[in-house]
Design a protein around this ligand. Structure first.
Ligand code: SF4
Ligand code: SF4
Length: 175
């Protein structure tokens, strides 16, 4: 993504009319994760408009969005931040930029690998994969044990009936 074409390319890839953003901040005021962002959603839009690619690809904000779509329902211009964040995350990984929050990236990879394999998340193998990636073997152990004892973390995975269709989606999106 060339710096000068950044706005046009992010708009095309995300399908969002980012050029229409006039900084009313309705997205940020409704965002449940804004306090965790280094740049709030409205500022992310302005930075895309200004072509601040390097700053965005290195930002924590792109990894903190949980794709809840609250921003999109509040925006008077119909701009959804979540697809924009997806485009920026993909660009970060594709261009070899070190993510600001590598643990979140490890979680994303473990989560999507599980869906790719089983067609749905299998918590036990997903958590094992995540622990191996982060080398944090004791974090959240108490919560995990409670969930396991209540039968919320089955040991054996169940494959989704439409697994082939899900694998096709992964193939098409080159994930
Ligand atoms: S989709 Fe992301 S940016 Fe928008 S409100 Fe939800 S967490 Fe915030
Ligand atoms: S709500 Fe829409 S127009 Fe307002 S700041 Fe956010 S993205 Fe821009």
């Amino acid at each position: 993504m060339a710096q000068q074409n950044f706005l046009a390319e992010v708009m095309a890839a995300s399908g969002q009319p980012i050029n229409l953003c006039y900084q009313c901040r309705k997205c940020t005021l409704g965002c449940p994760m804004a306090e965790e962002f280094d740049f709030p959603p409205n500022m992310v839009m302005r930075m895309v408009q200004l072509g601040m690619k390097d700053e965005l690809l290195r930002s924590k904000a792109i990894w903190m969005c949980v794709s809840c779509e609250t921003c999109g329902t509040r925006c008077p211009n119909g701009i959804k931040t979540a697809p924009v964040m997806d485009v920026l995350r993909e660009a970060c990984l594709r261009e070899g930029v070190t993510p600001a929050d590598p643990v979140t990236v490890d979680f994303h990879r473990s989560f999507t690998d599980s869906i790719r394999k089983f067609g749905r998340v299998h918590e036990a193998t997903m958590l094992l994969s995540y622990k191996l990636k982060t080398k944090n073997f004791t974090g959240d152990l108490d919560v995990g044990l409670k969930l396991f004892l209540r039968g919320k973390i089955p040991l054996l995975p169940k494959k989704a009936k439409n697994l082939n269709k899900i694998k096709d989606i992964f193939k098409k999106s080159d994930l």
